[in-house]
Structure formats: C-alpha cells, structure tokens
Design a binder for this molecule. Sequence first.
Ligand code: AHM
Ligand code: MG
Length: 334
Amino acid sequence: MSTGGVTLNRHILEEEQRHPEATGHLSALLVQLGFAAKILAREIGRAALVGKFGLVGEKNPTGDSQKKLDVFANDTVVEAFAQTGLVAGIVSEELDEVKILSCEGKARYILCTDPLDGSSNTDINGALGTIFGIYRRGTSDRCDVQSEILGQDAQQMAAGYVMYGTSTLLVYTCGHGVHGFTLDRELGEFLLSHDNIRCPRRGRTYSANLARAREWHPNLQRFIDYLTHGNEVTKRPYSLRYTGALVADLHRSLVEGGVYLYPADGGHPEGKLRLLYECAPLAFVVEHAGGRASTGWQLIRDVQAKSIHQRVPLVIGSSHEVALCERFLATGQP
Ligand code: AHM
Ligand code: MG
C-alpha cells in the first residue's frame, strides 16, 4: 500500500486547499496530533527502560486504574493542543471534567480524546492507541464547552486514531476519505501508507470479550453462535481476534473487514466504551470508509451524549456484520 513520500503534513495541507474558505486552523490541529503521536510512539517504545510501566495508584474519572503511560499520554496530548490557542476545551478519558484551555475568539474547536486506548496492554508490549475527535464549536461567544459538546451545537469535523503496534500508524479523516500514515522513525515523519482506506463490506473475523457473553442479551449470544457455526456459502465460521485494544481490533476490521463489539453486560449495564472519545470518533472514521457503527439498536452518530463520560454499547466494522448484529438483536435471527 506504500504511496511513496507524501508526508502527513503535506497531505493535511492538500486537504485544506480543497476548501477555499478554510482558515488553516483544523490543519494546525491535525499537525499537532501528529506531533503528539511521535512523542507517544517514542515514549511507549522505551517505557520499560525509563520507569513508565505500572500504575500511578489512582483511578481515572471513569473508575479505571490509571497507568503511568495514561497520565503521560494525557499530558502530551493536552500540551500539544493547548499550545495552538485554537482549542476551547478538551474532553479526555483521563480528566474528570472538561479542561478549558481558551475562550478567545480563535479557539473554535473542542477535542475529545482517549489519549491511551488499551491501557491493559501497556506492560506486556501489546498494541495501544490514541483516539481523537475534533469538533467545531457553534457560533455562540459564551464559553460553555460542556454544554456545546453535549448539545447539538458542536459539529464533528475530523477524527482518527493512532495505533502503536509493530509500527506506529496514524489514521485520520476530515470527511473526504480515510487515510493512514506510517511513522518512519529515522525520518521522524508520518508517510502516507494507506491511501483512501475502504472498509470491506464483510469480513471473516469478530472481536469481543467472550468472558462476558453469558451476561449479554440472549440475541447477541445467538449472533455469536451464528458467526461461529460453519457454513461454506456464508464463509462461516468467523475467527476470533481480540487484542484488548479497541484501536487495534477496529483497525483490523477497517482494513480487512469484520466486526468488533462491546455490548452491555453485568459489569457494564450501559456498555464499557465511552461515547464522546472512543465510539463517536471511530464511528466517524468507519462510516467515512464505508463501514457502520451502532449501539446494536441505534447508529452511534445519532446518540445524543448526556454526560461527557457517557458509556454506550458498541458494534462497529463492516456494514454487513454490523447490520447482521442489529437484525439479531431485533429478531434473534439473521
Ligand atoms: P481503556 O480506554 O481504559 O483502555 O478501555 C477501553 C478498552 C478497549 O480498548 C478494549 O477493547 C476494551 O477496553 C477491553 O476491555 P476488556 O478487558 O473488558 O475486554
Ligand atoms: Mg479506550
């Protein structure tokens, strides 16, 4: 998939030139995201050597134990965006409340981020991610970022993720195709490696924490039974692939097809994943690549957030499998 020599920054600028009315501010934010990703890739790569493994001994606002890398990732992303003066506030998995950065005129954006997705993988050299959604604020001069992000005012303009795996890959969309860039560590540049990613209509894999399957809605258990039941015509059984990092599992489904699900269960009656900074940004990416993202009952993009750390069930990936899951939930049948 190599497309030779197109840097992330050049790609962002070329995207901007498609919009004569563009101010360059969104581009500046995407460039900063790339910068934060390079710092995180470096620090994740050497975390074992510089004392960045393990817990800090506190829980984050949504009750998960905070890792040292969680805190570092959050500080890095916040710092990178704060410098721009273009962001009014940040909603982060690692911050209790919206972090207000600036209420000045040019701070027209809101960032929603999970700075380090897949935290349970930090100490075992597993895949990790950063998820981001960038929203443009409404026209009001009143600086109430929380109300804007929870209301209808803010509009999602860009989203993406960084995957720290065997290589570091940054995937983003501004609504005109989904593009992936691999970090060339020697050059210190993200280079276009996955141009215009399209999510296959159907796949051969599913990703879910099956330890919780007995607690799922019975129709979801039927869905899994169906996927794992052999049938040559419909290319079943599907293989299970689950890394413990949403970004990594979603990336597989985006590129090769398949479905990821984290439904409601006994321990997570509303689902585990967070709407604003996990589900909505990834839904934006997947839909712009031709895939589908839903709670199983409703499209993710139609869910109205009620609180900044709100959780929702998530079914995301190839349109065929996500729609199939929705049908199973509704009827118990394919
Ligand atoms: P995190 O953002 O705290 O890492 O939590 C989100 C992660 C997802 O990346 C992953 O798919 C899921 O939680 C794993 O949860 P579980 O261990 O319950 O399977
Ligand atoms: Mg996460």
